[in-house]
Ligand binder design. Structure first.
Ligand SMILES: Nc1nc2c(c(=O)[nH]1)N[C@H]1C(S)=C(S)[C@@H](COP(=O)(O)OP(=O)(O)OC[C@H]3O[C@@H](n4cnc5c(=O)[nH]c(N)nc54)[C@H](O)[C@@H]3O)O[C@H]1N2
Ligand SMILES: Nc1nc2c(c(=O)[nH]1)N[C@H]1C(S)=C(S)[C@@H](COP(=O)(O)OP(=O)(O)OC[C@H]3O[C@@H](n4cnc5c(=O)[nH]c(N)nc54)[C@H](O)[C@@H]3O)O[C@H]1N2
Ligand code: SF4
Ligand SMILES: [Mo]
Length: 704
């Protein structure tokens, strides 16, 4: 019998934004262990259970290994050549008959975690000659990009909480103890949060649920979902009213301070308190604490972005950091200096892809960063007329589960003349494709986090080679983009690999003088430490006039919509007395990790959390099945009574619902769960940015 010596491979886990370093021990037969890489300069020994499950997604027998073609009643495996030939013929026929706008793309979250995708997507999309591009960004973080763009000059110039040095952190609508941060790459967040407390600092959480983060924080306040813009307006108002404004070293580059002061003047804590549910004196105190702390940062995320005033929330979070004197300053909101510097490479200041340069055909929502919001995708497919979408190419996305009103989107996909999906599974979205292309993923692709080094709480750089080759007929996404480009548009293969782009960008980047290159990263398999965040906004700012804009007109205009919604006198509806929000689970990532036995074993995770007062009123007990009803749909799910919840608010996990329609889903047989987005409404968005709204969904709950 021959035994092979175990080998060790170091890489970055590419499941979520945290970029944890992992150590994989393996031999020729199997993976022996996946453990934290203690020498990774960013994650320093942190991983979560999802990284250990990388071996499960790799070995999963339900993974697609050959292109599939939908037949009248089933699927047949076909060769790549036949798949590409059919795609080429069908898409070009549709383009000829209905014009280029009739073909759309949807790009899902895993693309953001994939070096190869990030450096090939743009060229592929451009080659299609359509504006009909969609992605998960508009179900997630669009308000951040719009605020960064209008205030700082570039959508990807992201203010990052300097959590390793701050003495005060106000967290609004985020649960980084579970998520490990978003728009804030912070692996091992619990440890980093504890360090704030150990150095005498304080963490405060604002959330309608007493989350895992709130539990560990020094203080937690419940807030009525969807009202964070009012809270943030009042926090900003107090800074001016109580003479606490101190823009510090930035005072000469801040424009529109007086306009901003006037814009927030009406939003006193007393005026917003009854709506937000947070006492006026407490709001005032929080603003004072933020201003008086030796360093402080306000961080707001998903809960404050995916709501009707997400755009205002992200604007006001940035202003609060600026006006309280905590911007571009140690321990405040700071900016990275990434080795692959997307901000400098893609100067988007004057390109036609900019915010509002086009409006969506049916509803008139704004184009941004070369995409329309995903909330209009269903209507753009279903509404007849010139430029109606008739074909879709979806890569690494599952919008039937991840986008609002998933059931309407499913109906829209079913009506398409042609659909292609590149995925690792046959799932709720890819089942509508005529051709499904099998992608390589996780341990099978090379990795450098082009996107997330920009958001990281420390400057580091790390490259990992693919550990295993693609299985059978799988291909990495960047090759799929190139093959699609050449099949549909005869785009010649330029021979450029992701590594070539990476090496070129590293050599042209801010660490060129220190010898930064792909070779250097090869020599440092744990990653290269490039130091803590430093004050650098003078060099990073991208606005044409070199100023930070505190009061861009689009936000001032949007305050009227907010006034109307909260003070316009519309009575609340009794039909849907409860307010639904989403949650993320420690052993689950979006919609695609539920086939890993080690992650889904044990008790049912996809439950409706209901406060005990509400449960008593409705006569509900833990374990009981209820109907949750909204104006777009209804579903049945088990209740978990929990005083984690604010009274009047209920919570469902996002990313589940794998047996919707009773189809033969290959994934997630153990715990199918329910799809929260059968309840969310694609008609209700943040009108300013077009971002989807997942917070404060009016629902009723009834015993079955
Ligand atoms: N109600 C509600 N909805 C939400 C959210 C919420 O909190 N509440 N969160 C939103 C957020 S933040 C996000 S990011 C979106 C996510 O929205 P999506 O990106 O649309 O959804 P995912 O579940 O991440 O789907 C990823 C898909 O890619 C496949 N996949 C995984 N790895 C690879 C790969 O390497 N290559 C290819 N080709 N395919 C791969 C998976 O099988 C899956 O089908 O959902 C949003 N939707
Ligand atoms: N374990 C795990 N980690 C993940 C993911 C995952 O699916 N599982 N997904 C990854 C992705 S794609 C992303 S984008 C990040 C997201 O990371 P986070 O931004 O931390 O996202 P969530 O955990 O959804 O936290 C949102 C919080 O907002 C609260 N909330 C809901 N509505 C409101 C509201 O109106 N106001 C306020 N103040 N709070 C509200 C919710 O209760 C919840 O605690 O997580 C990433 N990490
Ligand atoms: S926190 Fe995210 S990056 Fe870190 S191990 Fe877990 S899934 Fe991977
Ligand atoms: Mo996300």
């Amino acid at each position: 019998m021959t035994t092979t010596e175990p080998k060790t491979h170091y890489r970055t886990c590419n499941i979520c934004e945290a970029m944890c370093g992992i150590e994989v021990r393996y031999d020729e037969q199997q993976i022996l262990s996946i453990r934290p890489d203690k020498k990774d300069p960013l994650s320093r020994g942190h991983i979560c259970p999802k990284a250990v499950a990388l071996q499960d997604y790799y070995r999963d027998e339900d993974r697609l290994t050959q292109p599939l073609r939908r037949t009248a009643s089933d699927w047949e495996e076909i060769s790549w050549d036949s798949a590409l030939e059919e795609i080429s013929e069908r898409v070009r026929d549709i383009q000829r008959a209905h014009g280029k706008q009739s073909v759309a793309t949807y790009i899902g979250n895993p693309n953001a975690h994939n070096l190869g995708s990030l450096v090939t997507i743009h060229k592929f999309r451009k080659s299609l000659g359509t504006n009909n591009h969609y992605s998960s960004a508009s179900a997630d973080q669009l308000p951040h990009h719009v605020a960064n763009k209008h205030m700082l000059g570039h959508g990807s110039l992201i203010p990052v909480p300097d959590i390793d040095h701050t003495d005060y952190m106000l967290i609004i609508g985020a649960n980084p103890v579970v998520s490990n941060g978003s728009m804030m790459t912070a692996p091992g967040f619990p440890r980093r949060m504890k360090a704030i407390q150990e150095r005498g600092g304080k963490v405060v959480v604002i959330d309608p649920r007493r989350t895992e983060t709130a539990d560990k924080a020094d203080e937690h306040f419940f807030i009525e979902p969807n009202t964070d813009a009012l809270l943030l307006l009042a926090l900003n108002q107090v800074l001016f009213a109580d003479g606490l404004e101190s823009p510090g070293h930035l005072s000469t580059v801040i424009a529109e301070l007086d306009v901003f002061r006037q814009a927030v003047a009406a939003y006193t804590p007393e005026r917003v308190a009854p709506i937000t549910g947070i006492d006026a004196q407490e709001i005032r105190r929080l603003a004072h604490e933020m201003a008086h702390a030796s360093s402080a940062v306000c961080y707001s995320r998903m809960g404050a972005s995916t709501q009707q005033f997400g755009g205002l929330c992200q604007w006001l979070t940035i202003t609060f950091n600026i006006v309280s004197g905590n911007f571009d300053r140690r321990g405040g909101a700071m900016f990275t200096t990434p080795a692959f510097d997307l901000v400098k490479i893609t100067d988007n200041s004057n390109r036609p892809n900019t915010y509002g340069s086009k409006q969506s055909r049916v509803r008139g929502l704004p184009f941004n960063n070369s995409e329309f919001p995903v909330s209009v995708l269903a209507e753009e497919i279903l509404t007849p007329g010139e430029d109606q979408i008739r074909a879709l190419i979806a890569v690494a996305g599952n919008p039937v589960i991840s986008a609002p009103n998933g059931r309407r989107l499913a109906a829209a996909f079913a009506s398409l003349e042609f659909m292609v999906s590149a995925d690792i599974y046959l799932n709720q979205t890819s089942r509508f494709a005529n051709i499904v292309l099998p992608a390589a993923s996780g341990l099978q692709i090379p990795q450098y986090d082009v996107a997330f080094h920009i958001n990281a709480v420390r400057n580091t750089a790390k490259y990992s080679e693919a550990l295993f080759p693609p299985t059978k007929g799988q291909k990495p996404d960047w090759e799929i983009f190139k093959l699609l480009g050449s099949a549909i548009n005869q785009v010649d293969d330029d021979g450029i690999t992701p590594e070539m782009v990476l090496d070129h960008s590293l050599r042209a980047g801010p660490y060129a003088e220190q010898g930064m290159s792909l070779k250097m990263l090869h020599e440092h398999p744990h990653g290269v430490d490039l130091g803590p965040l430093e004050s650098n906004l003078a060099e990073r700012l991208q606005t044409p006039d070199g100023m930070i804009h505190l009061a861009p007109q689009l936000y001032l205009d949007d305050l009227e919509r907010l006034e109307q919604a909260f003070f316009g006198g519309t009575a609340a509806t009794k039909k849907y007395p409860l307010s639904l929000i989403s949650r993320r689970l420690p052993r689950s990532h979006n919609s695609w990790t539920h086939n890993s036995h080690r992650l889904v074993k044990g008790k049912t995770q996809c439950t409706l959390l209901v406060n005990s007062d509400d449960a008593d009123g409705l006569n509900l007990q833990t374990g009981q099945t209820v109907r949750v009803i909204s104006n777009v749909g209804e579903l049945k799910v088990a209740v978990e009574v929990s005083d984690e919840m604010m009274p009047g608010v209920v919570s469902l996990p996002h990313g589940w619902g794998h047996d919707m329609d009773g189809t033969q889903m290959r994934t997630a047989r153990l715990q199918p769960g329910v799809n929260i987005n059968e309840l969310t409404d694609d008609a209700v968005v943040d009108n300013l940015t077009g971002n989807a709204c997942f917070s404060g969904i009016p629902v009723s709950v009834q015993p079955v």
